[in-house]
Each structure stands twice: as structure tokens, then as C-alpha cells.
Design a protein around this ligand. Sequence first.
Ligand code: ADP
Ligand code: MG
Length: 256
Amino acid sequence: MSDLQIASVTKHFGEASVLKGVTLDVKDGEFVSLVGPSGCGKSTLLRIIAGLETPTSGNIAIGGMDVTQLRAADRNLSMVFQSYALYPHLTVAENIAVPLQMRQMTALQRLPVLGGILPGARTQKADIGQAVRHAAEILEIAALLDRKPGQLSGGQRQRVALGRALVRDPAAFLLDEPLSNLDAKLRVQTRAEIAELHRRLKATFIYVTHDQVEAMTMSDRIAVMMGGEILQCAAPDVIYEDPDNIRVAEFIGSPK
Ligand code: ADP
Ligand code: MG
């Protein structure tokens, strides 16, 4: 079970109150988009869920377990950024393998005495290779495994980033405007691929975007954020046809 619960989360940066008590329950396997204008706190909220930022108050729970105090690496979530964040000197295969290798290293650090002589290191390497190939096949980048990020298009790079997110079999995928560096045509295509990935994996997705159309076409539910608060969270047709207030209506572009 990997339900994700965000309970009364606030965040202050100095005097600025960026999140003003955000509460949101995301069901296992659900695709929820966080939409709202630039600066409303979407990325901050996603980073708090990921463990890259600490909330000023409030809690995050995954599968019923409070993870607010856990480091990002121990939350088993995969984050995908707008900027891809790939290592330029590593091949596609090596980039995708990074989370698995980090996990392996962490396991070895926890067993320092066995670290040097742990049996099965070769099997683990084979397992990593297999997991990388599997992720690459799902994202249709198997032919690119030996290339470096510099030899790829933007769309291909974002697939590698998705592959790296996929390979660790996370409790949830957290995506922060993953398509905004792509041109319009590629954006539509990659949008469909992410939706297909969600259908196929039946995994939990939290998808940040400032693009209402993206959110309308991909999501089970849309959370509309403004000024550090969620104004409404509902299915796309409900948000569109029955917005709670004028600010939601204006942002989504509902008929007046
Ligand atoms: P969004 O992703 O919706 O565009 P952000 O979460 O990035 O919004 O930012 C929300 C607000 O918090 C903005 O006003 C931004 O300037 C501020 N902010 C974000 N991160 C920091 C930080 N590390 N220090 C100070 N202010 C920040
Ligand atoms: Mg942002």
C-alpha cells in the first residue's frame, strides 16, 4: 500500500509563508496533478514530499508510515525534474543504474564488516543490468543505452530521466514540470507516454505543471494551488464544470 498523505504542511522561508497548511490524500495508483501559477508553492510542496526540503510544520506519510523525519534516500520515491538532471559523463545505461547502485552502496555501508567480502556482488551487477534493460524497453530507449546525454534529444533525455525514476520501483513518482523544456509536439507525445506509463505501472503519480491542458488530460484528480494553498482538489470534469470559486474557474478556464 503506498497511499500518500500530506497533512497540514506549512513552509516558511524567513518571513515568507510559502505553504499555508496543505492537506492532500493521494490514493495508491492515483495520478494527481498539482496545478497553479508560477510561485504558488508547487515545487516546494513536491520537494517536501520527496524529503528534499523540511516542512515548518505538518507531516508526510507513505503507506500509513510517517516519513517526515526520513531522508530523501529512505523514502523510496522517484523525482523527475524539468532539467532532466542526468550525469553528462555517464552513459544512458549508467545514468539509469545510479539509484540501484546507490541503494547497493547504502546496503554495504550498513554492513561494513561484510562489505568487502559480500557474496553475490556479481549477481547483483547482473540484476542491475537486467533492471536497466527492462526500464529502457518500457521507455523505448533500449537502442540508446551506450550513448551519453549530450548525444540525445530533449525528449530522449527526459525518457532516460523517467527510466532512472522507474528502475527503483518507487512507492510514488514525483514529477516537477517534466515536459516544460520540450517543444510543443514532443510535449504532447511525451504527455501521452507518461499517461501510458501510469496505466501500465498502476503506480502513484504526483505531477506538477502550470499547464491546465496537461493536467486535464492526464489526471485522476487535479489539485489547484494558489498562494500556498490548495483551493480545490477534484476530478478534471468536476474542476472544469463545477469549480469551487472564481479563482479556480479563471485558472482552469471554465466557461463562465
Ligand atoms: P512554483 O513551483 O509553484 O512556481 P515554488 O514552490 O518554486 O513555486 O516557490 C514558491 C515561493 O517560494 C516562491 O515565491 C519562491 O520564490 C519561494 N521559494 C522557493 N524556494 C525558496 C528558497 N529555498 N528560499 C526562499 N524562497 C523560496
Ligand atoms: Mg516550480
